[in-house]
Design a protein. Structure first.
Length: 255
């Protein structure tokens, strides 16, 4: 049976308008701008929570082998920022409220470390050890967002990343979903530091690629610090800084 087509100009015009209308409704509206427009846009100067080390609105990784003082240094920074004191007796801070979500350490250990750091009793430093917290649970992420907004928290520390999700670390798609949540905290005004581990094979000579798991984890951060410790010193190396040139390694003496 031969199919008959209607070539009436009015019918063709109506069909064309209908098809174009459907396409316009379903097509993606890609927002573009010219380089000229970009050059004319004014951007704020880079601001710091810890000058030269921890910028505002940034994602930062602290990575190292076990017992390389990653958590201890993160806690030192938390105390210094919450009290407006120097980091390593050297780096200026901008006083701000800090939240630590710690799934690695018991309350007693946290308390002992805070005393060791000389931390003052303060409402500017907030701590959570909720064992059921997960970056993969939207309710948990929303709770952090609400805390940031309610208390004007400027720094959130996650210790450690592996305790915050159940995905395979070497799965780039899965880890992209985990690290994507950090942007939600940045969008409401906080910087994020997360503690992570390095590959055992790189214990003697850590490098920019030493972070365990998918390369997506490193790709997601603005700054990456590597930690290496011996009996007397902690060496902190900035392996990545997409905001400005990398700084020289920092050596902290252990007493």
């Amino acid at each position: 049976m031969t199919q008959r087509y209607n070539y009436n100009p009015e019918v063709i015009e109506r069909e064309s308008e209908r098809i174009l209308g459907e396409l316009s409704q379903s097509s993606f509206d890609l927002q573009v701008f010219s380089l000229d427009t970009l050059y004319k846009k004014e951007f704020p100067d880079l601001e710091w929570l810890v000058y030269g080390l921890i910028p505002t609105h940034s994602r930062i990784a602290f990575a190292g082998q076990p017992e390389s003082f990653k958590s201890f240094i993160a806690q030192h920074i938390a105390v210094a920022v919450s009290e407006g004191k120097l980091v390593f007796d050297r780096f200026q801070t901008k006083r701000a409220r800090v939240l630590i979500i710690d799934l690695e350490n018991h309350e007693q250990i946290i308390s002992e470390r805070m005393h060791l750091l000389g931390a003052e009793p303060s409402k500017e430093l907030m701590i959570s050890v909720s064992s059921d917290f997960s970056l993969e649970k939207d309710t948990c992420v929303k709770a952090v967002v609400q805390l940031i907004q309610k208390y004007s928290i400027k720094l959130v520390i996650f210790d450690s990343l592996i305790r915050m999700h159940e995905s395979k670390e070497d799965d780039s798609v899965a880890m992209a979903g985990v690290t994507k949540t950090f942007k939600r905290f940045i969008d409401v005004g906080a910087s994020v530091i997360f503690i992570h581990h390095e590959k055992k094979s790189d214990a003697q000579s850590p490098n920019a690629q030493s972070m365990r798991g998918s390369s997506e984890i490193r790709a997601a951060v603005d700054l990456q610090y590597g930690f290496k410790a011996d009996d007397k010193t902690i060496t902190i190396t900035q392996f990545k800084n997409r905001l400005r040139p990398k700084i020289s390694p920092i050596v902290v003496h252990v007493e």
